[in-house]
Design a protein around this ligand. Structure first.
Ligand SMILES: NC(=O)C1=CN([C@@H]2O[C@H](COP(=O)(O)OP(=O)(O)OC[C@H]3O[C@@H](n4cnc5c(N)ncnc54)[C@H](OP(=O)(O)O)[C@@H]3O)[C@@H](O)[C@H]2O)C=CC1
Ligand SMILES: CC(=O)[C@@H](O)[C@H](O)COP(=O)(O)O
Ligand SMILES: [Mn+2]
Length: 390
């Protein structure tokens, strides 16, 4: 049976690779909804090719541009825009599954709307779970909706859990490449540039997550994401540096057996697995070639070298709005770094300062989450301005 797909963030790294998977299996998937931000040129091409029922862009002027360009093309496509458009895209009646490939906690309300509408979620947008994991998982439980991980580490854990009892898990072991600056010490991080930070050693991804990989905030977000997806306490979630990104993560069971999922670093594999689960199908991802010599390395995590990961664990253990604040402060700090308004090391300085100022609210509702998110963004921007004056 054809699975009808909605893609939030269709013009991004996850979005375009989701469409590669669709192209590989045109009989299995039909794209019914495409939602993007500002890249109207690419979205126009996607709309002409996939002829979705709904296309969404970031604002009204972009929607007008898209409508003008598509006028006379005889397409079945309605055009919407903005946050409301994203929520409509997420809950559209003609889709079965929503791939959440937009970046940031702006994915929270659309993800909740998709769950409310009973859609299966292919979850790439990890910030949503970091910001409000308890609300998202509770909504999914209440609606009987499956949340299938797209993030490579969580897909690996999900695959390594197949057929095993959760009670037999000793620990989840997330692998981290170490990011763009893994071979530099902290002194050498003082004057690194945005261009250098954007050179991830193994993965080609959007700008925000690439910076998160370099600061290790990405692994912090992923530890919190794993806590919610697999309902495992932080004490049983460990991170190890694995520079090759071949083992995407592993589970140590009670008998010290390690079950891992491996493959070349290519996101079409976990994206496709989420889309075809529980089936496996031929994938656009290349296979490992064992006529070559492979060497895999592992190194223990150093929380002094990567304080963003320490801050993520601390906020996770604090719970409530602490992770909302960790996420929002990180999003704003990364945005400031990408605009060259703060230095690389000031990302962690700002997150730590804002977290220390925050009075955590336990079991927050959506309103309290949105409030904490906005507060953290404002504080991050205000603190960044003060850094500049020092
Ligand atoms: N890339 C990867 O390999 C992986 C990514 N992830 C996660 O997946 C998510 C997406 O990452 P990635 O694909 O790299 O990011 P990109 O920056 O490549 O893409 C982000 C997408 O979101 C869209 N977008 C941005 N703002 C809005 C908005 N206001 N309304 C609608 N759409 C918007 C962008 O549109 P436009 O470009 O048109 O402005 C783009 O399509 C993140 O949460 C990331 O952490 C997880 C694992 C791996
Ligand atoms: C592809 C993917 O899932 C990213 O989250 C990736 O894991 C980033 O790599 P590191 O965070 O390990 O550098
Ligand atoms: Mn990942």
């Amino acid at each position: 049976m054809t699975k009808r797909i909605a893609i939030l963030g269709s013009t991004g790294s996850v979005g375009t690779q989701t469409l590669e998977v669709v192209d590989q299996h045109p009989d299995h998937f039909k794209v019914e909804v495409l939602a993007a931000g500002r890249n109207v040129d690419l979205l126009e091409k996607q709309v002409r090719k996939y002829q979705p029922k709904l296309a969404v862009v970031a604002d009204q002027s972009l929607a007008d541009t898209l409508a003008t360009r598509l006028a006379g093309a005889q397409l079945p496509t309605t055009i919407m825009y903005g946050a409301d458009g994203l929520v409509q895209a997420a809950g559209h009646a003609d889709s079965d599954m929503v791939i959440t490939g937009i970046v940031g906690s702006q994915g929270l309300k659309p993800t909740l709307a998709a769950i409310e509408a009973g859609k299966t979620i292919g979850l790439a947008n990890k910030e949503t779970l970091v910001s409000a994991g308890h609300l998202v998982m509770e909504a999914a439980r209440n609606k009987g909706v499956d949340i299938i991980p797209v993030d490579s580490e969580h897909s690996a854990l999900f695959q390594s859990l197949n057929g095993e009892k959760r009670s037999a898990i000793d620990k989840l072991i997330l692998t981290a490449s170490g990011g763009s600056f893994r071979d530099r010490n902290r002194e050498e991080l003082r004057n690194v540039t945005v261009a250098d930070a954007l050179k991830h050693p193994n993965w080609s991804m959007g700008a925000k997550i690439t910076i998160d990989s370099a600061t290790m905030a990405n692994k912090g977000l992923e530890v919190i994401e794993a806590r919610w997806l697999f309902d495992i306490p932080y004490e049983q979630i460990e991170v190890v540096i694995h520079p090759e990104s071949i083992i995407h993560s592993m589970i140590q069971y009670a008998d010290n057996s390690l079950i891992a999922q491996m493959g070349l670093p290519n996101m079409t594999l976990p994206i496709q697995y989420a889309m075809t689960y529980p089936e496996r199908m031929h994938s656009p991802a290349p296979a490992m070639d064992f006529s070559k010599l492979w060497t895999l390395h592992f190194k223990p995590m150093d929380l002094d070298r990567f304080p963003c990961l320490r801050l993520a664990y601390e906020s996770g253990r604090a719970g409530g709005t602490a992770t909302t604040v960790f996420n929002a402060a990180n999003e704003e700090a990364v945005s400031l770094f990408l605009k060259e308004q703060i230095s690389f090391l000031e990302i962690e300085t700002l997150i730590e300062q804002v977290l220390h100022m925050h009075d955590t609210v336990s079991s927050p509702n959506l309103e309290a989450i949105m409030h904490a998110d906005t507060w953290a963004r404002q504080q991050t921007i205000a603190r960044a301005a003060r850094l500049g004056q020092q």
